[in-house]
Design a protein around this ligand. Structure first.
Ligand code: SF4
Length: 99
């Protein structure tokens, strides 16, 4: 199991989750619109979920159906940053058009 950062993080990118993660498993670079959890480092402690001010983090077995894509996006970011950034940007634009 792993925890997953979802679309609520886009454009917010708070650092509370990174500060509390005991495994240093949460990453983001300045060019990113959100943060990502490394599934190979995450030990499923859950403290990041409680620290997230926008409720963007879920355990993978409790991901809302609309956020399922983020399970792959968190994982792929560690291997294919450019593609994930483009997809996250696309999702973010879609979300901004809903408000
Ligand atoms: S569940 Fe724990 S180990 Fe996994 S990313 Fe969150 S704080 Fe880090």
């Amino acid at each position: 199991m792993t925890y997953v950062v979802t679309e609520a993080c886009i454009g917010v990118k708070g650092e509370g989750c990174m500060e509390v993660c005991p495994e240093y498993a949460i990453f983001s670079e300045p060019v990113d619109d959100m943060s990502f959890i490394d599934p190979n480092k995450c030990t499923d402690c859950g403290v990041c979920m409680a620290a997230c001010v926008v409720g963007a983090i879920y355990p993978d077995n409790a991901l809302p159906a609309a956020s399922r894509e983020f399970l792959g996006l968190n994982d792929y970011w560690f291997r294919h940053k450019t593609g994930v950034r483009a997809r996250v940007r696309e999702i973010g634009v879609g979300l901004s058009q809903l408000v």
